[in-house]
Design a protein around this ligand. Structure first.
Ligand code: UP5
Ligand code: MG
Length: 221
């Protein structure tokens, strides 16, 4: 796996560098993009709440997981196998790939306010993001959807049973996803908490109740 990764990463780095000038050019016209990170456990409701934020606040929703799933099946993608391996095992794709996909999506967008859902989720993600994007965007807030493992697992299993087609909506992958979440993503949330950037939302409630709190938070920004 590592040997293969060694061959793959330089291509992703090249891709980041190629779009870099474009993002700079775009920024000189539109100003620095605003970013809100959306974090929380698997099934906490990140995607559900982002869809509602888009409707009312006009942010562009970029789900790192969705971008990776699309790249996994993109014709000719050299990353498909690697991404699938990480998703099924609940581990984290190298930041060069994810950051490149996020940057490309931001560059293509005509808007300037972005919800980045499910990223950064480990130290590698945080370091890579800060290096490539830190000076080029304003991170305005981190929405942290907090929910117990039991509730999150039940939601993802129900989604899988209803035919989500996601290769990680099964008990074994979910156990691994939660280990990664607790050990790798929680420290990133704590890091942003120390910077006073985190708004924690009790995500065990109904979507409407969660969204009412989200609205309050965003209205204050
Ligand atoms: N639902 C939602 N809200 C509800 C509520 N309040 N009450 C009751 N039900 C609710 O919701 C999940 C399900 O719950 C849905 O059926 C929904 O209707 C219901 P959703 O909004 O999809 O939750 P979300 O938090 O988005 O769950 P998701 O499964 O997408 O979270 P993950 O963080 O696990 O998934 P993601 O797609 O971000 O990542 C998948 C994998 O990709 C990772 O494990 C990793 O391997 C890889 N990845 C990376 O390597 N790097 C990245 O940067 C990102 C991902
Ligand atoms: Mg999601």
């Amino acid at each position: 796996m590592l040997g293969r990764l060694g061959r793959l990463v330089p291509a992703a780095v090249r891709s980041v560098q190629e779009s870099f000038h474009t993002l700079q050019a775009r920024t000189s016209v539109m100003g620095k993009p605003n970013v809100i990170f959306v974090l929380g456990g698997p099934g906490a409701g990140k995607g559900t709440q982002c869809a509602r934020i888009v409707e009312s606040f006009g942010y562009v929703h970029l789900s790192a997981g969705d971008l990776l799933r699309a790249e996994r099946i993109a014709p000719g993608s050299e990353f498909g196998e690697l991404i699938e391996h990480h998703i099924t095992n609940g581990t984290i794709v190298p930041v060069e790939i994810t950051c490149s996909l996020l940057e490309r999506a931001m560059t293509k967008s005509e808007k300037n306010d972005f919800l980045i859902d499910g990223f950064p989720r480990n130290e590698d993600n945080l370091t890579g993001w800060n290096k490539q994007m830190g000076e080029k965007v304003n991170v305005r807030r981190v929405l942290f959807f907090h929910c117990s493992q039991d509730i999150c697992t039940a939601r993802c299993l129900a989604r899988g049973a209803a035919g989500s087609g996601r290769t990680d909506d099964n008990e074994e992958s979910l156990r691994k996803r939660f280990v990664t979440y607790e050990t790798a993503t929680m420290p990133i949330i704590r890091h942003y908490e120390a910077m006073n950037l985190v708004s924690q939302i009790d995500a065990s409630r109904s979507p409407d109740e969660c969204y009412a709190e989200v609205e309050e938070i965003l209205n204050k920004l």
